[in-house]
Design a protein. Structure first.
Length: 631
């Protein structure tokens, strides 16, 4: 289980969700004044330059656990403000040496990775307090650990479930180490039970092997505190003044840093406003592009509708022309059929009134008449022969005559029948021709009507299909417009919600910053007041001591050094004025002890007040000084 950070999620996120989480958290790291960057559970295989640039923005905590990182970029060593670095549950095999520049790093978690060697960069992390190397493939620790002041602030070291067999003896120098986990290691030195041994047992064994005395971490810290207290007790006024000067410089640096933070915050706010303006401009551009697309789509729809309308008019005009052409064709064919009928009737009449036919009929009649005449002549001859041949054959001749008459009648009847049959054939042929012409005309008319009907159906179907396509296209466009409007509204709502949330976060952060600033100002004011009060007390004490010192000197001079009839000169007045005893000048003048003051002054006293002794006064001054020192 990791020392800190979230547990690995059981369900897991999809690649799309991980990428979205990465983008959101990276944007928050770039635009938020918060000190933590959370890129955990984002499916990262490598750390991008953009992420490293975001981490360098004075971030103090970087969470990269539950990823698939195999290495870290060397540029991460420039993020010197980092205090916490969580890398557990990755595939890291080694760390770049440039990470040794993370001099402010206090917590480093490398649990459940693929490390085979102890990261050498950790030796340069002078402020490292917690190091978790559990569940790796470590076999040994470097001998440099704990030497030359390396990792001397380490308080927690987790080495569980590795392959470590020996611990370096130099580890006994890790005086403040109070938590050492070694479970799951085949440890041979020191000889302790890793499942039961405590940190104290391991450190005692290492100290015993090194010939050093074991000092508990708490006692070591207490010794350090006592040493610091003793040093603070031995400090004098100069140290206090120096401390005051340093504190004033620190206050000035704090004020400068506060001004810089204000400038940075103003810069960040200006940057946020600039980005917001860019987002607004981008949104306006998107809306403008969307409107242009809508207008272009509407123009395209209108153009297509105009084209469809023009095409429909053209199709209707073409159908009208074809209908007129068809009607003209039908009229022409009707005229042709009428002309054919007229010609047929004329032909029939012509054939009926044909002289050849009539000549044939006349010839037939002449033939009949000739035959009739021949028969008559034959009958007359027979009759004459019968009369001439005796009237014996009258009956036979009568019979022959009768047969001849009958034959003639039959021939005449046959000729008439043939004529009637030929006339009937002509009439039948004429009727058949007229009937064929009528049938052809009707068939052609029906075919033309069917063709026109099919063409009309085709035109109607095409128009209906075009109208249906246009309606479907309009429906698609309306649906697309609704979707675009819904998407635009959703985007506006999401952006507005993000902006509101961002404004609220900024307001909360501003309130927190103002509260923090007020607390800091209050603390600084209290500290400055306390320091001023201390300085005033020190100055008052110095003034009182200074005054008492000179009063004692003057009292001693007045009591033991006798009187000198030298009047009060400007030197004495300057001296009395500098020590705040100018009111005693008349007394000294009356007592004629002005020169006594010069006799008790040392060179340092005169130099401190800018007064120079002249002539024999300096010799007298040294004698008086020796006398004063003896007294």
């Amino acid at each position: 289980m990791p020392l800190f950070g979230k547990k690995k999620e059981k369900g897991g996120l999809s690649d799309k969700e991980k990428h979205k989480r990465y983008q959101d958290n990276l944007w928050e790291a770039e635009n938020s004044p918060g000190k933590q960057v959370d890129l955990s559970n984002c499916g990262l295989k490598a750390l991008s330059g953009q992420a490293v640039a975001a981490i360098k923005l004075n971030k103090e905590a970087l969470l990269l656990h539950n990823n698939t990182l195999s290495a870290l970029p060397a540029s991460l060593g420039a993020a010197t403000y980092l205090r916490v670095l969580d890398l557990h549950n990755n595939h890291i095999k080694e760390l770049p040496s440039d990470l040794r520049h993370l001099v402010h790093l206090q917590v480093l978690n490398l649990e459940n990775n693929a490390l085979r060697e102890f990261p050498s960069c950790c030796l340069g992390m002078v402020r490292l307090e917690t190091l978790n190397l559990a569940r790796n493939k470590l076999k040994a620790l470097p001998d440099e650990i704990g030497q030359a002041g390396q990792m001397i602030r380490l308080r927690t070291l987790s080495l569980e479930h590795n392959a470590i067999t020996h611990l370096p003896t130099a580890m006994h120098r890790l005086r403040v180490l109070d938590t050492l986990s070694l479970a799951g290691n085949p440890l041979k030195f020191p000889e302790v039970d890793t499942t039961k041994a405590t940190t104290t047992d391991v450190m005692k064994a290492l100290c015993a092997h090194a010939g050093a005395e074991y000092v508990p971490p708490s006692q070591h810290v207490l010794d350090i505190l006592n040493k610091q207290a003793a040093e603070s007790e031995r400090s004098n006024v100069d140290d206090l003044l120096e401390q005051r000067r340093r504190e004033q410089e620190h206050i000035e640096r704090l004020l400068t840093s506060q001004d810089k933070r204000e400038e940075d915050r103003a810069h960040e706010q200006a940057e946020l406003r600039r980005r917001q303006a860019e987002e607004d401009a981008r949104r306006d551009a998107i809306l403008k592009i969307n409107q242009q697309q809508k207008r272009a789509l509407a123009e395209e729809i209108a153009q297509r509708e105009n084209e469809d309308a023009t095409r429909m008019v053209e199709l209707q005009e073409q159908a009208r022309r074809e209908r007129l052409a068809l009607l003209e064709k039908l009229s022409t064919e009707d005229s042709e059929l009428d002309e054919l009928a007229r010609r047929a009737i004329e032909e029939w009449h012509r054939k009926r009134n044909d002289p050849a036919l009539r000549q044939q009929m006349l010839e037939a009649e002449d033939d009949i008449n000739e035959r009739f005449i021949a028969v008559s002549l034959a009958k007359q001859a027979s009759r004459e022969a019968a009369i001439a041949a005796l009237h014996e054959h009258d009956e036979q001749q009568i019979k022959i005559a009768r047969d001849a008459d009958l034959e003639m009648e039959q021939a005449k009847t046959l000729a008439l029948e043939q004529l009637r049959h030929h006339q009937a054939k002509l009439d039948s042929a004429m009727h058949q021709f007229v009937r064929d012409v009528e049938e052809t005309r009707h068939a052609q008319g029906d075919a033309l009507k069917e063709e026109e009907r099919q063409r009309y159906l085709l035109l109607t179907g095409a128009a209906q299909e075009t109208d249906a396509r246009r309606q479907a296209r309009l429906a698609e466009i309306e649906d697309l417009n609704r979707k675009l409007e819904s998407l635009a509204l959703h985007n506006d709502a999401v952006k507005f919600e993000k902006q509101e949330r961002r404004v609220q976060e900024l307001a909360v952060q501003r309130e927190e910053m103002e509260k923090r600033l007020q607390i800091l100002k209050k603390q600084e004011a209290e500290k400055e007041a306390e320091q001023m009060h201390t300085l005033l007390e020190l100055e008052d004490a110095d003034r009182r001591n200074y005054r008492a010192y000179w009063e004692a000197k003057l009292k001693y001079a007045m009591e033991h050094l006798g009187k000198d009839p030298v009047p009060c000169d400007p030197v004495v007045k300057s001296l009395l004025s500098s020590i705040g005893l100018l009111h005693l000048a008349p007394k000294f003048a009356e007592s004629h002890v002005d020169a006594v003051v010069l006799r008790i002054l040392t060179d340092e006293d005169l130099a401190s007040m800018g007064i120079k002794a002249l002539g024999d006064r300096k010799k007298i001054l040294h004698a008086a000084s020796d006398l004063f020192k003896q007294q």
